[in-house]
Design a protein around this ligand. Structure first.
Ligand SMILES: [Zn+2]
Length: 321
């Protein structure tokens, strides 16, 4: 009953050798973990004092102006859409936070925040506690939206939530049909699936036994069903372990996630696949470093060529899938 053999197959999962050099950008499981932790601390609380000390965070608006607008707002809910964190206010306004590369949020009792040169904003709540936003690379954004602006804004940016009922194999199949792009690129597109990024796409494709360079439109109905299930499983595994922490990500309570200990392929170049023992390979797909198992995730020559380019009738027949 030791935890060492909890993975499939006989090959144990070892700690990642180069964890500190791998970038981990927050994806759906990391943002959802932040949301779950932040929610009880901020719902019902008023933004007493807001400091934004980074000229880029609220662009194109002046940071002082946005900070002043936020003061007095009372939080009604903390939601998430894809990788966006949404702080909803009683007024009907909402603050849309995107952490991008290295953004994170911290909650602390009054005076409990450590000095931090990467702290970009601090919100003092009416119970005296603080929510701090830190961001080393400064790509994160805070966007204050007026009532009625949120849904139209998100509708142009993100597709369906993969862990909600509306995300079915049928829906994903519709999103992938007639797309010659590699599967990896198609799944990184936030309008195909909300919230997936480099880690969880690689992990989902390994689970589904599909090669990242397969043209998206060549998947048959069974394969679409496999990848749909694999996406849900990979994301749930991430949420269960409070996300993945390699370098910058931590939860609002300052703890680190544990998902990095469970990666099957991400960051594991040269290590044995936990299913078959073949060394994990690294390639580029969708413009990103991509890890996969060359044995479990084969790219047959027939699949490598886009079928619709060889057989023009394919795309019309494909639409019935
Ligand atoms: Zn394998």
């Amino acid at each position: 009953m030791s935890g060492a053999s909890s993975g499939p197959g006989e090959f144990h999962i070892r700690p990642l050798a180069h964890a500190a050099t791998l970038g981990v950008v927050p994806e759906l499981p990391e943002v959802e973990t932040i949301r779950l932790e932040l929610e009880p601390h901020v719902v019902g609380r008023r933004f007493e004092r807001v400091e934004i000390n980074d000229s880029r965070l609220a662009r194109p608006f002046e940071p002082q102006a946005v900070a002043a607008e936020l003061e007095g707002e009372i939080v009604s809910a903390v939601d998430r859409r894809g990788k966006y964190l949404i702080v909803r206010f009683d007024s009907g306004r909402s603050l849309l936070i995107h952490l991008r590369m290295t953004g994170s949020l911290r909650h602390a009792k009054g005076g409990g925040l450590a000095d931090d040169p990467h702290q970009r904003a601090v919100v003092r709540l009416d119970d005296g506690s603080d929510v701090a936003y830190r961001d080393v690379r400064r790509f994160g954004t805070w966007l204050l939206l007026e009532p009625g602006e949120l849904e139209p804004y998100l509708a142009t940016k993100v597709g369906r939530e993969p862990l909600e009922r509306g995300f079915s194999a049928r829906h994903l199949g519709e999103r992938l049909q007639n797309r010659r792009a590699p599967l990896k690129a198609a799944l990184l597109d936030q309008r195909t699936v909300a919230g997936l990024g480099n880690i969880y796409v690689d992990e989902a494709l390994w689970r589904a036994r599909l090669h990242p360079l397969r043209p998206a439109e060549t998947l048959d109905a069974d394969e679409v069903a496999q990848v749909t299930r694999a996406i849900k499983d990979a994301l749930r595994a991430g949420i269960l372990r409070q996300g993945a922490s390699l370098r910058d990500y931590a939860t609002p309570d300052g703890r680190r996630g544990r998902m990095q200990e469970e990666f099957r392929v991400y960051g594991r170049e040269g290590e044995p696949c936990t299913r078959c023992g073949t060394p994990v390979d690294k390639i580029r797909a969708g413009g990103r470093g991509t890890w996969y198992c060359p044995t479990c995730q084969r790219l047959e020559p027939v699949q490598a060529a886009s079928r619709s380019s060889r057989r023009p009738s394919r795309s019309s027949r494909h639409s019935s899938v």
